[in-house]
Design a protein around this ligand. Sequence first.
Ligand SMILES: [Zn+2]
Length: 115
Amino acid sequence: MEDPIAFDLWGAVIPEHKEQAVATIGKLRPDVSRPAILRELIVAPGPDRQVLIARDLAWDTARSLREQLVNHFEHPQVYQTGYGPPNRARLKKCPVHQICYGGVLGCPVCDGWFR
Ligand SMILES: [Zn+2]
């Protein structure tokens, strides 16, 4: 049996709120140094320049962060963990939960198999 699905949160830093955004990522990804985060912002692929905000979240956490972080990030997007914007072309998006997922079983939350 596979583990229940967790979620990653991605978003584009709003330039005017860069400092708060970097501090938020630093808090949510304590394993990554500030210089490493700044480097991720620089190399984030265009045009939408999405960066990983947090990984391996439970659904409740992912959903509330997505709402809280709209001040510092444009279009924060929840992905099934392990997937992200580089995979977007082959992912599906749940119209109910707004989750991008790659599993053949469908949206993990609709499916009931999530953390
Ligand atoms: Zn769903």
